[in-house]
Write a protein that binds this ligand. Structure first.
Ligand code: HEC
Length: 153
C-alpha cells in the first residue's frame, strides 16, 4: 500500500520534471538572495555576432521554405526535438514561435555557443535539460527555413 503510494509520487515528480523543460515561460528560477549583477555587463561583448530582430522579416508563411525547413528538421533536429509540446532531449517545438522571439530562435539554432555564454534563457534551458544543444552547422538560410517551419507548429 505505502509502496504503491511512493511509486505514484515518484512518477508524478518525474512527470513534472519532464514538462518543466518544455515550457518557455516558467517562473524565473533565481535562488533567494541571489543578486543579478551580470545582466547589464553581458549586453555588449559576446553578443556582437548575434542575429538581431532587424535582420529577420516575417511575412506570410512561405510553403517552400516550410518544406525545406521540415527536411532539415527530419535530418538534424528530430533526434532531440519533437514538434509537439513534449520534451525529447530538448524542448518540444509546438507553439515555440509564440513563446520565443524569432531572433532568439535563430540564435539558438545558429549561435548556440554564444547564447549559452550570454543569454539567461538559453542557460536556463541547459540547466533544465541537462544537455548542451550541439551546434548543427546550419547556414543562415537553413536556419531561417527551420524558423519558417516552426511557425506552422
Ligand atoms: C543532441 C540533441 C539536440 C539536437 C540534435 C538539436 N537540439 Fe536543439 N536543443 C537541445 C537541447 C538540450 C536544448 C535546450 C538547451 C538550452 O536551451 O540551452 C535545445 C534547445 C533548442 C532551442 C530552444 C528551444 C526553447 O524553446 O528553449 C531551439 C530553437 C533549438 N534547440 C533548435 C534546434 C534545431 C533547429 C536543431 C536542428 C538543426 C536542433 N535544435 C538540434 C538539443 C538538441
Amino acid at each position: 500500500m505505502t509502496i504503491k503510494k511512493i511509486e505514484l509520487l515518484t512518477s508524478m515528480i518525474l512527470l513534472v520534471g519532464i514538462t518543466a523543460c518544455g515550457g518557455g515561460e516558467g517562473s524565473p528560477s533565481t535562488p533567494p538572495g541571489a543578486t543579478s549583477t551580470e545582466s547589464a555587463a553581458t549586453e555588449t561583448t559576446s553578443d556582437a555576432n548575434l542575429i538581431t530582430a532587424a535582420e529577420i522579416t516575417l511575412g506570410e508563411v512561405d510553403p517552400g521554405m516550410v518544406e525545406k525547413g521540415k527536411t532539415t528538421y527530419d535530418v538534424k533536429c528530430q533526434a532531440c526535438h519533437s514538434t509537439g509540446p513534449n520534451r525529447v532531449v530538448g524542448p518540444g517545438w509546438k507553439g515555440i514561435t509564440e513563446r520565443r522571439k524569432p531572433e532568439w530562435i535563430m540564435n539558438m539554432i545558429l549561435n548556440i555557443d554564444a547564447m549559452l555564454e550570454s543569454d539567461p534563457e538559453a542557460q536556463k534551458g541547459l540547466e533544465e535539460c541537462l544537455v548542451r544543444m550541439p551546434n548543427q552547422g546550419l547556414s543562415n538560410e537553413e536556419g531561417r527555413q527551420v524558423l519558417e517551419y516552426m511557425r506552422t507548429l
